[in-house]
Design a binder for this molecule. Structure first.
Ligand code: FDA
Length: 310
């Protein structure tokens, strides 16, 4: 585990607008070929090729066209148009119709109505798709859940949401989402949060994750257990067996390029495993969060940079 200072450093980098702009302008080939391990490429064609390869090994997929924190109506409209093009390409290619979307990419920072309109546009035009609303940092938790619930009550049911075990509030939110009968993806939480709202200790995050996982497996609707942590996965397997939860009543989810050994082992054991495949020119913040999660990733990148120079 990275210490708090270095984790905070990567989270600061993830928020840098200058680095985000530069890396997206110069492209992955010139500014981040080492990011390739975790990001499927910059174009829909590259993401679809990755999805096909992953599906051919028995996995399910969800595609994330990377982007977040857009600041203008025009940018939000552009991101929505891009998402619709991606949906069209996915449909044309015949890979699974499943998207993961961040509301700040659709204009949540501009205003709530913009994000809701853009999300509705995606639902209405992207036929046959399941859309997972990713969960962003804690200032967005309330509004994300409110938008989700509002649309759910308007009969948009082909969507699910994400809950982060590190937030104190999430066990309460889980009851709210379970009461709707909606699908939850359970994660530990990728953002740097203050002690006042999130467990500072990993052991406490893990314990909350286990509690929420049990509630989801018992009462949730087709939950997604999203983690690379072998202890969480083993606990989910044990709980499901003990409580007679069949392997097709839930799925595991993991990120593209992370713990591929574990991904394959679960498939070999007959579990459903969905791979989250991110792509696009706005790869920098996503990549920084992945570096912040694990020291070995930083070494991997440094080796790549030094290797490229030598
Ligand atoms: P943990 O961090 O405890 O790691 C356990 C083990 O997993 C490590 O020891 C290592 O072996 C491996 N591992 C974990 N991260 C790794 C990495 N970056 N590189 C290499 N190995 C790694 N978060 C969020 O806030 N909102 C969201 O919407 C989502 N969405 C999402 C979708 C999917 C499909 C996944 C798998 C994860 C997310 N996340 C997320 C991210 C999540 O909150 C969390 O930050 C990461 O999954 C890392 O936590 P783990 O549960 O893997 O465990």
């Amino acid at each position: 585990m990275l210490d708090h200072a270095s984790k905070a450093f990567f989270h600061l980098l993830a928020k840098s607008r200058i680095l985000k702009t530069l890396t997206s302008r110069y492209g992955m080939r010139r500014s981040g070929s080492f990011a390739r391990r975790f990001i499927a490429g910059e174009t829909p064609a590259e993401a679809i090729a990755a999805a096909r390869a992953v599906e051919s090994r028995g996995f399910l997929v969800t595609l994330d066209y990377l982007g977040e924190s857009v600041r203008s109506l025009a940018e939000a409209a552009q991101a929505t148009r891009e998402y619709l093009k991606v949906a069209e390409a996915i449909t044309g290619a015949g890979v699974e119709r499943n998207l993961s979307i961040k509301l700040t990419q659709l204009g949540l920072d501009v205003d709530r109505a913009t994000a809701v309109d853009n999300l509705r546009r995606i639902f209405e035009r992207a036929e046959g798709f399941f859309v997972r609303i990713d969960m962003e940092s804690s200032p967005y938790t309330d509004v994300t859940l409110d938008i989700f619930e509002t649309l759910w009550r308007q009969d948009y049911h082909e969507m699910g949401v994400v809950l982060q075990a590190d937030l104190y509030r999430s066990e309460h939110d889980l009851r709210r989402i379970n009461a709707l009968g909606a699908r939850v993806r359970l994660v530990k939480g990728a953002y740097k949060e203050k002690k006042a709202i999130a467990y500072p200790k990993k052991a406490d995050v893990d314990a909350a994750y286990l509690r929420m996982m049990e509630v989801l497996l018992r009462e949730g609707r087709y939950p997604a257990i999203a983690t690379h942590d072998p202890a969480m996965i083993a606990a989910a397997q044990r709980f499901a067996i003990q409580h007679g939860v069949a392997k097709d009543r839930f799925e595991f989810q993991m990120l593209y390029g992370i713990r591929r050994d574990l991904q394959q082992a679960l498939i070999n054991d007959g579990y459903r495993v969905r791979i989250y495949i991110p792509f696009g020119r706005q790869w920098f913040p996503y990549f920084m969060r992945r570096l912040g999660e694990r020291p070995a990733n930083v070494l991997f990148v440094l080796r790549g940079i030094l290797g490229e120079r030598s």
